[in-house]
Design a protein around this ligand. Structure first.
Ligand SMILES: *Cc1c(COP(=O)(O)O)cnc(C)c1O
Length: 361
């Protein structure tokens, strides 16, 4: 069996230990005589799986008890509309637009609320994260929406640089860096993340929402789009994506075994540093974003020649370093080094970059 180092931006690589465990339990989950895929979502077997996943997530993210954890479907994309549909009060919202996804969230939000862009870095191709100016934020906004990691461009917003108002719920799309570094959940009103970058296979969207924001809303909003319905039914209003939730649960256990999110963050910083140091020492490769804002998860770089970029991606693949092509509208290279990418994978990539430069620089 030859596993490659998979730098895919999403769905991304999963910890090998988790895949092995899932394989062991595939046909007969812990003596139940069946696969988790075949279980009733109302069975006590499955109930325990979902409860354990939730309690482990609460533990590793240090989620306060006045927050609900929901396992939903529809991806981060559906949250672009569920957030405004459920949080609307005054009909106003602020958005920090720092990349493709933040812009999409804003555009979708506009359908339901008077959405305003607080700051955007689009005019410089999202190469940095604009500072948040408190004076620009509206006191009467229903929420302030941010993206903590910009998957496409490779920038991030650190926990300590988040500025928000006390009385306006802070909403964060954490799809591509949840569980990769420590964020203080208590400062957020709502956090959402698709599972397929840092938590498990595709199919689940985790929503962490402060209880006061879970409320009765306009009854004409489709039932499935109401947080309260899912919260009141412990995410079992309808059939949840059971197997994906089970897999996320295994990943949460794996994170605990690694020492938790703070320990993973240290490793992630080390991994990212190896790559950025290689880029900075190179005369062939160039980073594409402001150094301070560099993402720990998605590392973008270019050679300056489209032809060489293509050659790089092709030759890397031949070495078992796959999915390094940049986002379709951005070009160049992007190495996604999520939690599950072992440091050996990053070292192998750095070694290849150095060899490539010697031969092509
Ligand atoms: C991948 C991604 C999305 C889109 O997620 P889907 O699950 O495909 O809807 C949204 N936001 C961010 C930050 C992402 O990385």
């Amino acid at each position: 069996m030859a596993r490659v180092f998979n730098f895919s931006a999403g769905p991304g690589t999963l910890p090998e230990a988790v895949l092995k465990r899932a394989a062991e339990e595939l046909l007969d989950y812990q003596g139940s005589g069946m696969s988790v895929m075949e279980m009733s979502h109302r069975s006590s077997w499955y109930e325990r799986i979902q409860q354990k996943a939730e309690s482990d997530l609460r533990e590793i993210m240090n989620i306060p008890s006045n927050y609900k954890v929901l396992f939903l479907q529809g991806g981060a994309h559906l949250q672009f509309s569920m957030v405004p549909l459920n949080l609307i009060k005054n009909g106003k919202a602020d958005y920090l637009v720092t990349g493709v996804w933040g812009k999409k969230a804003y555009q979708e939000g506009k359908k339901y609320v008077n959405a305003r862009v607080v700051a955007s870095s689009e005019d410089s191709k999202f190469s940095y994260v604009p500072k948040i100016d408190k004076a620009q934020l509206q006191e009467d906004a229903d929420y302030f929406h941010i993206t903590t990691n910009n998957t496409v461009y490779g920038t991030r917003l650190r926990d300590k640089d988040i500025v928000c108002l006390d009385n306006v719920p802070l909403v964060a799309d954490m799809s591509s860096n949840i569980l990769s570094e420590v964020y203080d959940v208590s400062k957020f009103g709502l956090i959402y993340a698709g599972s397929q970058k840092n938590m498990g296979p595709a199919g689940v969207t985790v929503v962490i929402i402060r209880e006061d924001l879970v409320r009765e809303i306009d009854p004409t909003v489709p039932t499935m789009l109401q947080y309260k319905i899912h919260a009141d039914n412990s995410s079992l209003y309808n059939t949840p994506p059971c197997y994906s939730i089970y897999m996320c649960g295994l990943v949460f256990e794996w994170i605990k075994e690694q020492g938790g999110v703070a320990a993973i963050q240290k490793i992630n910083e080390e991994k990212a540093q190896l790559l950025y140091d290689c880029i900075d020492a190179s005369s062939l490769f160039k980073g594409t974003v402001e150094k301070y804002d560099r993402s720990l998860m998605n590392v973008n770089f270019v050679t300056g020649s489209e032809e060489l970029d293509k050659k790089f991606v092709r030759e890397a693949e031949a070495r078992g370093l796959v999915n390094l092509k940049g986002y379709r509208t951005v070009g160049g290279m992007r190495a996604s080094i999520y939690n599950a990418m072992p440091i050996e994978g990053v070292k192998a990539l750095v070694e290849f970059m150095q060899d490539f430069e010697r031969l092509n620089g």
